[in-house]
Design a protein around this ligand. Structure first.
Ligand code: B12
Length: 204
């Protein structure tokens, strides 16, 4: 486990933010690697929560640390200036997990996509209205909760009635089996994989 992952798991905010700043000062290309190490910490924190070693308040604090770290990292992620296409993203209704989806949004923007981020806990109707208004090239849905399955499935069913644009999904619990069952077009294991798959799909 890296020093950064360890500090994040221990919820040592000052140490995490200082390590992030130091590493970026030494090597400005490390942004993605740092995100990955923080994500590893989140997985460990999630396991500790499951084992009742950490409480909900710890998850809230962990999320705050992660978000503050991302604020420092964001300017270091490479930004392309061309517009490759428009991506609509959001977390489905019933789920308030935000961090993974927002990282996807940041990486897409850095890669040169226009991103419309609806936010979390989004009712189907909000997706439908945004699709009609924005006419995105692709739609990305996120959930981290097992109980997000039904919500995601229904959201996809309704989106299919108004557009033929492709739907990509992601979030902690999602795998190929889940993707097949909710009838999404494809899934991504992490945000970078998502960006690559979206590029492939749109041929850009
Ligand atoms: C932080 C956190 C919270 C924070 C979220 C704060 C925020 N602003 O987002 C708070 C405290 C609010 C929270 C609440 C809850 N949480 Co929570 N949470 C977590 C935790 C520790 C980390 C999640 C995270 O941010 N990970 C880091 C990011 C970067 O990773 P990621 O989300 O997977 O995203 C990456 C990829 O999946 C992908 N991706 C994500 N979305 C998308 C979308 C697309 C289109 C694509 C292509 C890719 C993509 O890209 C990202 C970057 O690579 C996880 C543990 C874990 N292992 O994930 C539990 C976890 C997800 N939570 C869990 C639970 C149970 C809850 C609560 C129900 C707890 C409660 N009793 O109230 C509530 C849910 C409330 C609700 N209705 O949503 C469980 C879910 C279990 C399950 N399978 O259903 C987990 C797994 C913890 C556990 N092991 O028990 N949580």
């Amino acid at each position: 486990m890296s020093e950064l992952t360890k500090a994040a798991v221990e919820l040592e905010e000052d140490q995490v933010l200082n390590l992030v700043k130091d590493r970026l000062a030494k090597n400005s290309d490390e942004g993605l690697q740092i995100v990955e190490e923080l994500r590893e910490a989140m997985n460990i924190i999630g396991k500790r929560f499951e084992e009742q070693e950490y409480f909900l308040s710890d998850l809230v604090f962990a999320a705050e640390i992660f978000e503050n770290a991302i604020k420092i990292i964001r300017p270091y992620l490479k930004t392309e200036t061309q517009k490759l296409g428009k991506v609509l993203i959001g977390t489905v209704q019933g789920d308030i997990h935000d961090i993974g989806k927002s990282i996807l949004g940041s990486l897409l923007e850095c890669a040169g996509f226009e991103v419309i981020d609806l936010g979390v806990d989004q009712p189907i109707q909000n997706f439908i209205e945004a699709i009609k208004k924005e006419n995105p090239d692709i739609i990305g849905l996120s959930t981290l909760l097992t109980i997000g399955f039904d919500s995601m499935k229904k959201t996809i069913e309704e989106i299919r009635k108004v557009t033929e644009k492709k739907i990509i999904i992601g979030g902690g619990v999602i795998n190929q089996d889940w993707c097949d069952q909710v009838k999404a077009d494809l899934w991504a294991k992490d945000a970078m994989d998502g960006v690559n798959k979206i590029r492939e799909l749109l041929d850009v």
